[in-house]
Design a protein around this ligand. Structure first.
Ligand code: BTN
Length: 317
């Protein structure tokens, strides 16, 4: 009910009468009044004028299910949203839900994570109200060997959404860090449960630093936020929506061929170190060369002084 009223108030430029709300949702005036009060308590500024009705004046920067559903324009992502004030890790929670039967496109989102997970066993700082900590459940019928490319699809979607929203370039550092002014603004952690030839589920975790004004000492030289970069506060629910819209678009292109052939050019245009000298931190033998973009399988092409190498795992700096 709150979600429906909020959606209608959002869509209406002006006032929506109490009568209209009652008729549209088949509820009493008292029920409408109660829902409006709950919205006000959650931080929505709603003007009520006699003989005119209700008008939405401003919205708070919260990630409740009602808020997220009322801005949702995606086709299948977010039909089910699991919101938590605090959670250990949205990836852990998403895996549990996927095992319990949550459908493809469900996502988990939290205001705070107290055990946020990064790649390679690292932690991920996820303070309350400062960012977007969310994980999407996918159940694709694809070869498990192709699943790692979904991380690059996600990086492209986040890069596009942030660039469009802020008007500032948010590039990709291969394979999946999102970078602004040389620092990381978003990390992505994809995990999979699969049989030899069958994907049970994939969870795609995305952590975007949005409102942070500072970071813990150990990461302050490498981390940034949208606020630090632009001195503006962005409405997180709107960015969530933009990320999922972009993801739906790119993911459907990926599914057509089960590779990145339809996305290579766009991915490369967002690559921060395209045509630049990079260090490949290969655990066996680190080497340097010029990054030349990705292959349709998502490998990074690196030209060294002696040969062309394809990097499929690891990190570059
Ligand atoms: C990395 O860059 O190391 C990956 C960071 C991924 C962080 C996100 S926040 C939402 C989701 N839940 C987690 O525990 N991790 C991912």
């Amino acid at each position: 009910m709150k979600t429906e009223i909020l959606t209608l108030l959002r869509e209406t430029d002006g006032y929506v009468s109490g009568q209209e709300l009652c008729e549209k949702f088949g509820v009493s005036r008292t029920a409408v009044w109660k829902a409006i009060n709950q919205l006000k308590e959650a931080g929505y500024e709603i003007e009520a004028v006699q003989n005119k009705g209700y008008r939405l004046v401003s919205v708070p920067d919260i990630l409740s299910e009602s808020e997220l559903q009322s801005v949702r324009k995606t086709r299948w992502i977010g039909e089910k949203i699991a919101f938590f004030d605090v959670v250990d890790s949205t990836n852990t929670r998403a895996k549990q839900l996927a095992e319990e039967g949550a459908p493809n496109g469900t996502y988990v989102i939290a205001e705070r994570q107290d055990a946020g997970k990064g790649r390679r066993g690292r932690g991920f700082d996820s303070p309350a109200g400062q960012g977007i900590w969310m994980t999407l459940v996918l159940k694709p019928e694809i070869d498990p060997n192709h699943a790692s490319m979904i991380t690059l699809v996600t990086a492209l979607a986040v890069s596009k959404a942030i660039t469009d929203m802020t008007g500032r370039p948010a590039g990709i550092k291969w394979p999946n860090d999102i970078i602004m002014s040389g620092k990381k603004v978003c990390g992505i952690l994809t995990e999979m449960s699969a049989q030899f030839d069958y994907v049970n589920h994939i969870v795609v975790g995305i952590g975007v630093n949005v409102q942070n004004k500072s970071f813990p000492k150990d990461i302050e030289s490498v981390a940034t936020s949208l606020f630090i970069e632009t001195k503006e506060h962005y409405h997180r629910a709107e960015l969530v929506e933009r990320i999922w819209e972009a993801f739906e678009h790119y993911y459907e292109i990926f599914l057509q061929t089960e590779d990145l052939s339809g996305l290579v050019n766009e991915y490369n245009s967002h690559l921060v170190n395209m045509h630049q000298q990079v260090k490949v931190l290969d655990p066996k033998e680190p080497f340097e060369g010029k990054a030349m973009g990705i292959t349709p399988k998502g490998e990074l092409i690196v030209d060294t002084w002696e040969s062309r190498k394809l990097v499929s795992t690891g990190e570059v700096s």
